[in-house]
Design a protein around this ligand. Structure first.
Ligand code: ZN
Length: 307
């Protein structure tokens, strides 16, 4: 029998405990690494099991995450902020993906922060004008395609925008027409039917504008002065009395062919150089107008100026 190292069991146990504590302390790092590797391997080998567990405990998990988030809001926000600062490209891609996946939320956010973003972009554009111009020049085709798609998807907005632009920039429009006269004539020739249909539809909904345009063109054709007016101004001024026979004309309840229907008449016909303006216009009843035809009406004129 070899000599016993320890005289009592208690001594032996104490020595062994001390030895194992020392070994445990010395192997701390290795043990942690081993444990991490073990768990990583375990997780890798049991991925499906974990997914099944998560699926089965979704509510519990969601509640836990919500509680954790509520309790650590600032900590999480700070962590996210520093991560985004360190990974700008990933952050931008994640943002773009989120926006694409959540269009309603994105729209709501934009609507709620419209002024804030307008102010932000205004300063941003001013500060980055050159950079933006260069970027735009480098991505011209991409932007052109984007614009085209937007216009196709938003025809009313596009039409309203164009109308506003035309109204605000008459000189630019005139310059453009002058510079592109040939191109425009070619377009009109190639799209005659389409344009005729468009104009017909426009005339149907804009009778007054249409009449005003006709009056302008007729005056231009006869080289006489045109001062815009509407027919009702003539009738109101003459109080609906025929300036020739003196009967009271009436539009309400009368057909256009009725003899008492009010007619607007040029005292000196435009074809004879009379101006297209209130001062050369008078009210006639239908039958007086029909018998007058294209004569200058001095009688009626003198009648009105006497009244
Ligand atoms: Zn009359």
């Amino acid at each position: 029998m070899p000599a016993r190292k320890y005289s009592t069991d208690a001594e032996r146990k104490a020595a062994r405990r001390a030895q194992s504590a020392a070994r445990y302390a010395a192997n701390g790092k290795k043990r942690n690494a081993d444990r991490a590797a073990y768990f990583a391997a375990y997780r890798a080998a049991n991925r499906e099991k974990a997914a099944a567990w998560r699926a089965a405990n979704q509510e519990k998990l969601t509640a836990y995450q919500a509680a954790y988030y509520a309790e650590n809001r600032e900590k999480i926000a700070a962590k996210g902020k520093s991560w985004r600062a360190a990974n700008p490209e990933y952050a931008a891609a994640a943002k773009a993906a989120w926006r694409a996946a959540n269009p309603e939320k994105q729209a709501a956010y934009q609507a709620a922060n419209r002024e804030k973003s307008a102010a932000y972009y205004a300063t941003y554009y001013v500060a980055n004008r050159d950079k933006l111009a260069a970027y735009y020049a480098a991505n011209r085709e991409k932007y052109a395609a984007q614009k085209k798609a937007w216009r196709a998807a938003n025809p009313e907005k596009q039409a309203a925008y164009q109308a506003a632009y035309r109204a605000a920039n008459p000189e630019k429009m005139a310059e453009y027409r002058a510079a592109n006269a040939e191109k425009m004539a070619e377009y009109r020739a190639a799209n005659a039917e389409k344009l005729a249909a468009t104009y017909a539809a426009w005339r149907a909904v804009n009778p007054e504008k249409c009449a005003a345009g006709q009056a302008r063109r007729r005056a231009r054709f006869h080289n006489v002065t045109h001062v815009p007016y509407v027919d009702a101004e003539v009738f109101d001024r003459d109080d609906y009395y025929c300036q020739h026979c003196g009967i009271k004309t009436n539009r309400d309840g009368n057909y256009r062919s009725h003899r008492a229907y009010p007619n607007k008449d040029h005292i000196v016909p435009i074809s004879q150089g009379g101006h297209d303006a209130l001062y050369n216009l008078q009210t006639l009843c239908k039958s007086c107008n029909a018998s007058k035809r294209d004569r200058s009406d001095h009688i009626a004129k003198s009648r009105r100026s006497a009244a």
